[in-house]
Each structure stands twice: as C-alpha cells, then as structure tokens.
Design a protein around this ligand. Structure first.
Ligand SMILES: NC(=O)c1ccc[n+]([C@@H]2O[C@H](COP(=O)([O-])OP(=O)(O)OC[C@H]3O[C@@H](n4cnc5c(N)ncnc54)[C@H](O)[C@@H]3O)[C@@H](O)[C@H]2O)c1
Length: 261
C-alpha cells in the first residue's frame, strides 16, 4: 500500500457511478490507499452505505448525488466535489447505463438517455474538471469506456457508439490538456460480471457462448479493473496519456481455430 510509485495517498478523487459495482470497488481501493474520496451517484442511498463502510475503515469520504445526464449538474457536481475536498486531483468517470435492443427497436428516448449519461456526462464532467485542474497545473482523469468501443455485440448499438465516443474523447482531452499537466486515459473492459451484465451471464446459453469466445475462458470480475485504475491515477503512469487499457481476457487478440478440436 505504501509503494510511492503507485501511491494515490492524499489525492482528492471524484468518482461518478460510485454506487455501482465497479465504482464502489474503485472508491474502496482509493480510500484504502489514503485518498480523499467524493462519491457521486444518482442514488444517494447507495453511496451513503458505501460512505459509512469506508469511513469505518478510516477513509475521508464525501457524498454527492444528482442526475449527470444533465450537463449543468455535471459542472455543479465537479465544483461541489472540489469545494468539499479542497481541490481535485483525480476524476474517475464510471456512471453509465445500457438498454440492449435491436437497432429497429431503439427509440429516440433510448438513444438520448444512453448518450447523455455514457458520453455527455464524461464530456461535461471532464470539461468542468479541466477548469479546476488547470489552475493547479496537474490532474488525472480515467474514463471507464468498454471493449465495445472496438468490438461490437448485436443489440448494443447505442452503448457501443457511446463507448467509442468516450475512447475518442479520451484522446482529444489528452492532446488538449497535456500542456496543463493533466493526463487522460481510459479502460476498455470486456464484459464484467456485475448486475449491469446479468442479462448476459445469467442466461446459460449466452454465458457458455461468451466464455467460449474469450481466450481466458471467463468474464472479468470487477476487482480485476482496480489495479489498472490505481496505476493510471498514480505516478507509475506519469508519461502515459491518451491511452486505452484493454482488460478483456484476450478477446480482441484474435481467435484460435483449433479450440473446437
Ligand atoms: N459491467 C460491465 O460489464 C462493464 C464493461 C465495460 C464497461 N463498463 C462500464 O463501467 C461503468 C460502471 O459499470 P457497472 O457495471 O459498475 O454498472 P452499475 O450499473 O453497477 O453502475 C453504474 C452506476 O451509474 C449510476 N448512474 C446511472 N445513470 C446515472 C445518472 N444519470 N446520473 C448519475 N449516476 C448515474 C447508477 O446509479 C449506477 O450506480 C459503466 O460506465 C459501464 O458502461 C461496464
């Protein structure tokens, strides 16, 4: 926990989607390593439980809630988090939704809702964070994109497009903000075993098909994202910006045509 190379101690970290499966584990990982954490989620109830737990462990933890699909709320959240923590060093953009449907069934409301949180919130939270981080000459943003930015599944059209947008936006942020001392990277996880993807792994046929398609033969556990996030938020990655770290058990490396022998 004390290796200075991977240290995030005393970093002031805002995590969106902190009530979710991935966001809550990430919050715990930062708190356990001595970071000051602002948890944001749509549901205040969810993050108050996490706050209690992390405070018991000795963490300094704040909560904020609201709908980040509204750009005005994104800026207000970032500003409030920076006020509560007396600054802002790291932002983890993890809030997201999905509605799996064939393209012909997607309504304008589906389209707008997924776009607004999966891409809009990443865009406007990052924009507001940049304004604050620029003043201190340093900062670090990690976006939770998805392997779907480069590897598509049927019935996932809007979600996949938002994640491609997040990966693309990550690069542009890195380019525009490197001069301000701000690094911006993203993760591209494959399917992670959380309630978010339960409709996929909860179905025996889909689950077998998914496992068979992955060289490591299984989906990811949410804990398996934490190391990469701490790495990207720590001095260990000080010369890395604009990158996507793929965490997919080997899915996009290719296929083995002897695997069915
Ligand atoms: N689970 C996976 O397989 C997987 C794979 C790749 C990427 N991701 C991405 O990781 C992130 C977290 O996924 P998860 O599995 O923890 O999902 P989750 O549903 O457990 O967590 C997402 C959180 O975002 C919050 N949220 C949703 N809409 C919001 C809004 N409008 N305003 C504020 N908060 C809102 C939810 O309340 C929820 O707590 C998402 O961006 C998801 O796209 C997940």
């Amino acid at each position: 926990m004390n290796d200075p190379l991977f240290s995030v101690a005393d970093s002031r970290v805002l995590i969106t989607g902190a009530g979710g499966a991935i966001g809550s584990l990430v919050a715990r990982a930062f708190a356990e390593r001595g970071a000051i954490v602002a948890l944001h989620d749509y549901s205040l109830e969810k993050i108050e439980i996490i706050q209690k737990e992390l405070t018991t462990l000795g963490g300094k933890v704040f909560t904020l809630s609201g709908d980040l699909s509204l750009p005005g709320n994104c800026a207000a959240t970032v500003n409030e988090a920076a006020k509560l923590m007396d600054g802002l060093d790291v932002v983890i953009n993890s809030a997201g939704i999905n509605r799996r449907k064939p393209i012909s069934d997607v309504t304008p409301e589906d389209f707008g809702a997924i776009m607004a949180i999966n891409f809009g919130a990443v865009y406007f939270v990052s924009q507001a964070a940049h304004a604050i981080m620029k003043r201190s000459g340093k900062g670090n943003i990690v976006n939770i994109s998805s392997i779907n930015s480069r590897y598509s599944y049927a019935t996932n059209s809007v979600y996949a497009a938002t994640k491609a947008a997040v990966t693309s936006f990550t690069r542009t942020c890195a380019l525009e903000w490197a001069k301000d001392g701000i690094r911006v990277n993203c993760l591209e996880p494959g399917i992670v075993k959380t309630m978010f993807t339960e409709p996929l792994w909860g179905d025996p046929d889909r689950s077998r098909w998914l496992d068979d398609s992955i060289p490591m033969g299984r989906l990811a556990n949410p804990e398996e994202l934490v190391g990469a996030i701490i790495f990207l938020a720590s001095p260990a990655s000080s010369y890395i910006t604009g990158q996507a770290i793929v965490i997919d058990g080997g899915l996009v490396t290719g296929g083995d045509w002897d695997s069915y022998k």
